[in-house]
Ligand binder design. Structure first.
Ligand code: CA
Length: 230
């Protein structure tokens, strides 16, 4: 049984989330403030941590950073308020794995949790901290991308998509696989979403996005990332 630590201070939300997670077969522990959340997360072992940003005693950002400083590598899904657009970037930089904006529907939460747990399972092979192809340099830990020495701004999803390509060089990956692995298999997005994000990545990373070198289209099958194409 997968163990979830839910760090959230709104009692109603704690109840709703914990009930739903338990009904899906998860074991759920809860903490109502940042101090308690940090204490539990650093002393017990969980499969995933759901971490609110706005918490009494210690913010979710501080909890996240301190856990990573202590070497706790448990996947963290940050829960942010809609107004806190800066949160996602900040959260990812501090070592969170994904974020979910409140208010959210329970199926969306479950999909994110499943995606993170699956990613965790498939990434037991050590992942390189940095990748280089052409004039692009990707620092996975710092979620930083540079091209020709200049920083490039990617959305969280674009970054996750790029990471999936980096981890599967030379493989033909279907749109459905990308949707499952990057968006989560309960995602309601269509494969068209994948095409749109690939197009955005090409715009940012390819010198001639209309004739991409690195992320090529394999007609009828999907995409292939070829880091040595340059
Ligand atoms: Ca809160």
């Amino acid at each position: 049984m997968k163990e979830v630590l839910l760090v959230e201070d709104e009692p109603g939300l704690v109840l709703t989330m914990a009930d739903r997670l338990r009904s899906e077969g998860y074991a759920v522990s809860t903490a109502l403030d940042g101090d308690d959340g940090f204490r539990k997360a650093s002393s017990e072992t969980y499969d995933i941590i759901l971490l609110d940003v706005m918490l009494p005693r210690k913010s979710g950002f501080d909890v996240c950073r301190e856990l990573r400083d202590q070497g706790v590598a448990t996947p963290i899904l940050m829960l942010t308020a809609r107004s806190q657009t800066i949160d996602k970037v900040q959260g990812l930089k501090l070592g969170a794995d994904d974020y979910l904006t409140k208010p959210f529907e329970m199926p969306e939460l479950l999909a994110r949790v499943e995606a993170l747990l699956r990613r965790q399972a498939s990434s037991s092979a050590p992942v390189a901290a940095t990748y280089e192809f052409g004039d692009v340099r990707v620092d996975v830990r710092c979620t930083e991308v540079q091209r020709g020495g200049q920083p490039i701004s990617l959305s969280a999803r674009e970054f996750q998509l790029l990471c999936y390509f980096l981890e599967h060089p030379g493989a033909t990956v279907s749109r459905q696989e990308l949707l499952n692995e990057v968006w989560g298999h309960r995602s309601v997005q269509s494969t068209r979403t994948v095409d749109v994000h690939v197009a955005w990545l090409r715009q940012k990373l390819e010198s001639d996005p209309k004739h991409p070198k690195y992320i090529t289209t394999i007609h009828g099958l999907g995409y292939k990332f070829q880091p040595t194409a340059g």
